[in-house]
Design a protein around this ligand. Structure first.
Ligand code: CA
Length: 226
């Protein structure tokens, strides 16, 4: 998942970045509100965390600009003041959720997971379900029949993206864009290695290769076994 973090407090960013990365997010961070409008439309982000008190430009104005540009990404707003007026204004501007500082990083992670699932029509489930597999985002493992299969960080990120887009053909470029942050070098041979590792762990048919197009998540129910 590609995540755009717009936050000017370096201390908070230092705390959040490693936690978000461990949670399987490829994070791009910007601190100035003036850069936020363009940045969000340059890349295909899956979700954004937006502080309201920013240098250069107010977070609410940034959010209004994103929504006026019809950017569909879910936005979680961070605010230093928990007042009724602030919340109403944030929601009116198009926020999907908000969190008042100070907060525990785990709460942010859980809210992000909930927002991403809600966007895919999965509500209030402890695990992400698709194609007969259940992904545990806390443990970064997947339930395959009676066994619990542990995943590496990159396998988890890849499988989560597939499971949020079941049955859709995803190009290599698209997958790479959502798996790696703006700084990481991308190599499609590496992507194939990780797809093959997932197949070895979960079965060959879980991910189908579409020649010249990319990959498609089928899950373990594929083919309607007798
Ligand atoms: Ca701030």
């Amino acid at each position: 998942m590609r995540l755009l973090l717009v936050e000017d407090s370096v201390a908070l960013v230092d705390e959040l970045l490693p936690r978000l990365k461990r949670g399987g997010y490829a994070v791009d961070w910007i601190a100035d509100g003036r850069d936020a409008g363009r940045k969000a439309s340059d890349e295909d982000y899956d979700i954004a965390v937006l502080d309201l008190g920013l240098p250069g430009r107010n977070g609410l104005d940034v959010l209004r600009e994103w929504r006026a540009a019809k950017l569909p990404l879910p936005v979680l707003v961070l605010t230093a003041r928990d007042t009724f007026a602030d919340r109403i204004e944030g929601l009116r501007a198009g926020a999907d959720d908000y969190l008042t500082k100070p907060f525990h990083p785990d709460e942010l992670l859980l809210r992000l997971q909930a927002l991403l699932r809600r966007q895919r029509g999965q509500v209030n489930q402890p695990q992400l379900l698709a194609g007969g597999l259940a992904l545990d985002e806390q443990r970064q493992s997947v339930q395959h029949g009676a066994t619990d299969v542990l995943l590496s960080g990159i396998e988890f990120r890849l499988l989560r993206y597939f499971m949020l887009h079941p049955g859709q053909v995803l190009s290599r470029g698209q997958l790479e864009q959502h798996l790696y942050d703006g700084e990481t070098e991308r190599d499609s041979n590496v992507l194939e290695v990780h797809v093959n590792r997932l197949r070895r762990k979960l079965g060959r048919d879980v991910i189908e290769t579409r020649r010249g197009q990319g990959y498609c998540y089928r899950g373990v129910d594929a083919g309607g076994k007798p």
